[in-house]
Design a protein around this ligand. Structure first.
Ligand SMILES: NC(=O)c1ccc[n+]([C@@H]2O[C@H](COP(=O)([O-])OP(=O)(O)OC[C@H]3O[C@@H](n4cnc5c(N)ncnc54)[C@H](O)[C@@H]3O)[C@@H](O)[C@H]2O)c1
Length: 263
């Protein structure tokens, strides 16, 4: 059944710039009532709110400084959002980093925070908890399917999101929560700074791994951040619970179906 975002309220983590901000703009352009941007970067968060106020009006978006690796701040984000907009309908766990040099933090941001954000979303939107149901979109990557020798931990975190979402997005959970869980995987974004990424390669393996990281990322087809925003709108409207979608190379978004022979 199609899901309509008109009059709905969303939370977007990591929504202060680039892909996240493009997603926020697309949501508002498509009739979303209001959005809370949660990001660790306060300067970019405030800049985003200024831009959104000019484009969409003063009462459409708020920014809450949030480090998604901090449980108290994450829960506070949900509380303030509910108090401000009176409902929460769509939660987009988009904050993520590519930094195998600091792989423990990378796992906290890309995996632990996605679990926490999804469980909070279930708590605040689940029909079994008094909510109205809703949609969780967790952002993975084409690297959720495609191994790269140069960033093994990052690739693993993006695989993690797909497995987590497909399991949480099962009929068993939906029957009680009425919350859909959908994965959106993006291809490389053309604003990614390859040199910066290379500096964040894992240490303790081959010393040339930073160069390899640049080369391997450069070999992937890229697209503008707006492509993810557009894909997001389609996936929210049409995506089934547990479904996994890919947007890459600026082509139309498509669903990926993966099954084993045995099940
Ligand atoms: N850039 C790409 O080429 C690309 C490709 C595929 C998927 N993705 C995915 O898209 C998402 C965003 O990537 P991006 O390239 O836009 O990154 P980015 O660094 O441009 O944006 C990420 C945002 O998350 C915020 N953030 C980082 N750590 C945070 C924390 N602990 N708490 C709250 N906010 C935090 C940052 O401040 C930033 O605004 C990630 O999940 C990434 O894996 C990116």
């Amino acid at each position: 059944m199609a899901y309509y975002i008109k009059e709905k309220v969303a939370i977007v983590t990591g929504g202060a710039s680039d892909i996240g901000l493009c997603c926020v703009k697309q949501l508002l352009q498509n009739g979303l009532k209001a959005v809370t941007i949660a990001d660790i970067n306060e300067t970019k968060g405030q800049e985003a709110i200024n831009k959104l106020s000019k484009e969409f009006g003063a009462d459409k978006a708020i920014f809450i400084k949030t480090d998604v690796t901090k449980p108290d701040e994450f829960e506070e984000l949900f509380k303030i959002t509910l108090k401000t907009w009176k409902s929460i309908d769509v939660v987009i766990n988009h904050a993520g980093i590519l930094n195998d040099k600091q792989w423990e933090t990378e796992i906290l941001v890309n995996c632990s925070a996605v679990v926490r954000g999804s469980l909070l979303a279930m708590q605040y939107m689940g029909k079994d908890k008094g909510g109205n149901g809703g949609i969780i979109i967790n952002i993975s990557s084409v690297l959720g399917f495609h191994p790269l020798a140069s960033c093994p931990v990052h690739v693993a975190t993006k695989h993690f999101i797909i497995g987590f979402n497909r399991s949480l997005g099962s009929a068993y959970h939906y029957r009680t929560t009425a919350v859909k869980v959908i994965t959106l995987c993006s291809g490389l974004i053309d604003t990614l700074h390859l040199k910066e990424a290379a500096k964040n390669a894992i240490t303790g393996l081959n010393p040339d791994i930073g160069e390899l990281l640049s080369e391997e990322l450069q070999a992937l087809p890229s697209q503008p951040p707006e492509a993810v925003g557009k894909a997001l709108i389609l996936v929210i409207a049409k995506g089934d619970n547990g479904s996994v979608w890919v947007t890459e190379n600026n082509q139309p978004v498509y669903e990926v179906v993966r099954t084993l022979k045995s099940v």
